[in-house]
Design a protein around this ligand. Sequence first.
Ligand SMILES: Nc1nc2c(c(=O)[nH]1)N[C@H]1C(S)=C(S)[C@@H](COP(=O)(O)O)O[C@H]1N2
Ligand SMILES: [Mo]
Length: 511
Amino acid sequence: MSGALAGFAALAVAELLSSAVRPEAGPVVAVGGAAIDRTPASVKDWAIREFGTDDKLVLQSGIIAVLALLAVVLGLVALRHRRVGAAGVLLFGVIGALAATSRPDSTGLVDALPSLAGAVVGAALLYVLAGRLARRPAPAEASGTEGVLWDRRGFLVAATAAAAASAGVGALGRAFNASRGKDAIASREGIVLPAPASPASAVPKGARPRVPGISPFVTPTGDFYRVDTALVVPKVNADTWRLRIHGKGVARERTLSFADLLRRELIERDITLTCVSNEVGGPYVGNARWIGVRLADVLAECGVEPPSRGGPANQLVARSVDGMTIGTPVDDVMDGRDALLALGMNGEPLPFAHGFPVRMVVPGLYGYVSACKWIEDIELTTFDAYDPYWVRRDWAAEAPIKTQSRIDTPKPFARPKAGTVMVAGVAWAQHRGIDKVEVRVDDGPWRTADLAAEDTRDTWRQWSFPWKATKGGHTLTVRATDRTGTVQTDERTRTIPDGASGRHSVVVTVD
Ligand SMILES: Nc1nc2c(c(=O)[nH]1)N[C@H]1C(S)=C(S)[C@@H](COP(=O)(O)O)O[C@H]1N2
Ligand SMILES: [Mo]
């Protein structure tokens, strides 16, 4: 109990101090972030598969559970060796402090403060509580027997006081941390996105067939998948935000403010984003209407030439406020596609979780090589000179999105009635476009599905297939053909290093 209380007190004090320093400097977030950075790609993939968007909650709960266990162990140690138990708590503080100061977004030694101060308080508390538990020879006349006397009352008073104080301090820290970023929230609420000079073309009516169970053509922002390494969503104030553009072949370095971007010509485009960690049939793909400025124009104003026109830099490295680095081929960004510095998503300023105030979006490339959220720096360099975050973790340096298709309905193991069953879903091959989708029942022939109208070649396409379902178990499989004529391969690969390939199938039982 004394160990658990010491751990609780340490975390509470750390929480309060992290609200004064930065929420990211708290020990659980710092250790969690360090763990994410060191997690092998296969484990990260497993975590995303098993826990989905809850992976961060699972990680933090796991860290707290391990800490609680170790705190209890230290409490037991302290029963016999008070100093050793207290020193153990200090050691955890040092680990937390090292994690916090070594994070890429660390602002310096102050980041060590929450962990260290928390550990000092925790260690002192453990020392005091263990002292209350020390055995003292009992005066024989008082107890009537020989034996030991525990300072039970002293322990309970100290323990209760410590628990109450920790709860108060922790709650205060939580409240302060929750209210942080008020300026950022206010800056977001103050933004009125002007009408785009180049609006997106209206989504053709035929692009959204009315099939129950199919993914909506535009993914509602609240349902849009989220994949990032940030345990605390960065809250950036748009009024003080700046984007610096510099590096190889940048004749005119520039630093842009949010207002600078708003004054530029805004374009609005429908673009389907996909995560390289998306398994065949998986959920990490979404389509949104983005508003932003053309990244190629901004680069051209800085004097950047793509390598295909003799420029010296072939890699654009975007850095975020939380230390993420994402590398994109300069040729892709400047080849005429709608590569954006996006300010808006589905008619609103970007949500914080999706990169407010500004993120990149590049049609045709997986998010980890193109879609830097909370961007604050763009450096022109070469693929030889620099490996960004994911490339250092064995993912491919270049990763165009693979042609894929997904069955949204029927769901796996559904039990539809015999007769006509609508099989439907989405298919994507961003920036190439989808030309054909085919469905196969069991080992039968491939049959062409009804393809909904195309919005643009940067968006997914919906498809449906009226299946004359007969009783019994059946396997439905889908494959897409993109505009280069390439048929989606049947060859299954893992998501690492450059995205999963293979075909999605669903097993159903027709009643
Ligand atoms: N700063 C930052 N940007 C990031 C990431 C990240 O971890 N940190 N993840 C990338 C990945 S892997 C993907 S798939 C997209 C996902 O964008 P979304 O969360 O808005 O869907 O963001 C990209 N941008
Ligand atoms: Mo991703």
